[in-house]
Write a protein that binds this ligand. Structure first.
Ligand code: SF4
Length: 363
């Protein structure tokens, strides 16, 4: 079958109109590909516009502060993407005078750029004949050729890469790769593929075997890990004063690195409030003085983690506030608004923070 000719002809009629497809500018393609690594197109579009407005070229992105970049990324998740994007922008400016790499092998050397992203940018912006195998492309090929190797395995990836190379047209690799993305999103979808309307139905091995739902083959999924976060919302509120509270920047090799959150104690299980109050770290944080009796609970899902978060509001005296300055950063709502924070913290702020903004001596 002339796979690529049929696919490209389908693409000419059905390609999605997307803002980053309006030019072959490698900067725009790079930004869009990184945004779309773990994000749906509809959500990604608004972030793409925001990014382009704030950082219209690589020099401006490189000169921006990390906080500014993270702030614009807020809500997209997988924050290492934003950090790597920023670091790579600085690398391109500092070491290549702002000139972009022109091959997938050179793109692959940049932080946060994997095989798929490197191939997508090099094929779309520089016409390099290299297949960009995202989930859509892998699924289409696995079904068309009924590939029995797992698409998560090195062997499976290698088989699918060879198949992709066989069907990739040398003259239009960028269009071909984008056509695969669109075809996988619209026709050969993960669930309920449109086989009856598919241009490949007479050649598709999975369909011929009446086993479309069995492809692509996958290894068992990584289990979801549950974590228990106990946040202390330590705030100061007095009549005639603006509310202030304490935050800290996350460090270490964990989720949400470099983002701001409230003082946190993670526990292995969900403890009782009494057990928590007895914990050495909490006694130290609250200087044995404060009690906390109200709590807000939010469950927050990440791809491989479920965060069960409890927020304990504690109203501080002036002395207590002074004691914590230095260890934590004291901010008001407006200042915190402009700081990069995990979506979980934003959810707490949106739902609960208002009630602590006004003086209430019963709190
Ligand atoms: Fe995908 Fe169905 Fe088309 Fe096969 S026939 S390529 S499974 S949409």
């Amino acid at each position: 079958m002339d796979f690529s000719a049929r696919l490209l002809s389908w693409y000419e009629q059905n390609s999605r109109s997307l803002p980053w497809r309006e030019s072959n500018d490698p900067y725009q393609i790079w930004i869009s590909e990184v945004i779309l690594q773990q994000t749906r197109i509809e959500q990604g579009k608004s972030y793409f516009y925001r990014f382009m407005e704030a950082f219209p070229d690589v020099n401006i992105l490189a000169a921006a502060s990390e906080d500014h970049v993270m702030r614009l990324w807020q809500g997209l998740g997988y924050y290492s993407r934003a950090r790597h994007l920023h670091q790579s922008a600085r690398y391109i400016v500092d070491h290549h005078r702002g000139r972009f790499p022109q091959t997938s092998a050179a793109w692959l050397k940049l932080k946060g750029v994997g095989h798929y992203t490197a191939a997508a940018i090099a094929s779309i912006a520089f016409n390099e004949a290299v297949p960009a195998l995202d989930g859509n492309a892998l699924r289409i090929l696995a079904r068309l050729f009924a590939v029995n190797e797992s698409i998560d395995s090195a062997k499976g990836k290698s088989v699918l890469y060879e198949l992709a190379l066989m069907v990739l047209p040398e003259d239009r690799p960028g269009d071909f790769n984008q056509a695969m993305m669109d075809f996988g999103s619209v026709v050969c979808k993960p669930v309920s593929p449109q086989c009856k309307a598919c241009i490949f139905q007479s050649d598709c091995e999975a369909l011929r075997k009446n086993a479309v739902q069995d492809y692509p083959v996958r290894k068992t999924k990584k289990p979801v890990k549950t974590r228990f976060f106990n946040y202390f919302f330590l705030y100061r509120q007095e009549a005639g004063e603006e509310m202030a509270f304490f935050v800290k920047r996350r460090t270490g090799n964990d989720i949400w690195r470099h983002m701001y959150e409230f003082p946190l104690l993670e526990t292995a299980i969900e403890t009782t409030t009494h057990e928590l109050a007895d914990h050495q770290a909490v006694k130290q944080l609250l200087n044995n003085n404060n009690t906390f009796n109200s709590v807000h609970r939010i469950k927050h899902r990440l791809t491989h983690q479920l965060i069960v978060a409890r927020f304990f509001p504690v109203r501080l005296s002036r002395d207590e506030q002074d004691r914590l300055i230095g260890t934590y950063r004291c901010v008001n709502r407006e200042a915190f608004e402009g700081m990069a924070k995990p979506r979980l913290i934003e959810r707490f702020c949106n739902q609960f923070i208002e009630q602590y903004s006004t003086v209430n001596d019963k709190q």
